[in-house]
Design a protein. Structure first.
Length: 175
């Protein structure tokens, strides 16, 4: 899924990268992460698929853990600022129980960091619309957790990018 400046991504990676075909789908008007996934549903096939937030940096091994996990899963990381992120609440067995978006009252410190292994079941969930009209994926995953086991995999590294300083640091990390 590409959007603003997507042509640069397409130019850089081309039609194939690391031996894999790349299908580009352009989300002209940003209407949320779930909207983007819906737009790509015809190329996702009927099985599992990986969603990775394009504006954060993750450890390769963490992404592989998600890909290789059994069933549905998401990547999470401990944070000292839970009020800035969606927080994963776990059940007694360590599976996702719910997601609380930017909690005002402390309910945990395990941040949902935007990496998901999902399947077609997400398309059966009621679409949740945010205040800006965006179709929100994270709360839909929270509702999916009420009827399906979703593993929460701890990340070893995560660098969120929220401003120019974060971006500059990410460039130093990657290069």
């Amino acid at each position: 899924m590409i959007g603003w400046l997507g042509h640069k991504i397409e130019y850089y990676f081309g039609k194939r990268f690391a031996g894999r075909r790349i299908d580009y789908i352009t989300q002209v008007v940003p209407k949320g992460t779930f909207h983007a996934i819906k737009m790509a549903s015809n190329v996702l096939g009927g099985g599992e698929f990986l969603i990775v937030s394009g504006d954060d940096v993750y450890a390769r091994d963490d992404l592989l853990k998600v890909v290789e996990s059994d069933g549905l899963s998401l990547l999470a990381n401990e944070t000292i600022s839970p009020e800035r992120f969606g927080i994963c609440k776990l059940d007694d067995y360590g599976y996702l129980e719910s997601l609380v978006e930017k909690p005002k009252v402390f309910c945990g410190s395990l941040a949902n960091i935007g990496v998901y292994k999902l399947n077609q079941k997400i398309f059966d969930e009621p679409v949740i619309i945010g205040p800006n009209g965006e179709q929100l994926l994270a709360p839909m995953i929270g509702t999916l957790a009420s009827s399906h086991k979703i593993s929460v995999i701890p990340a070893t590294f995560w660098h969120p990018i929220a401003d120019l300083n974060d971006l500059e640091m990410a460039q130093r990390i990657i290069i």
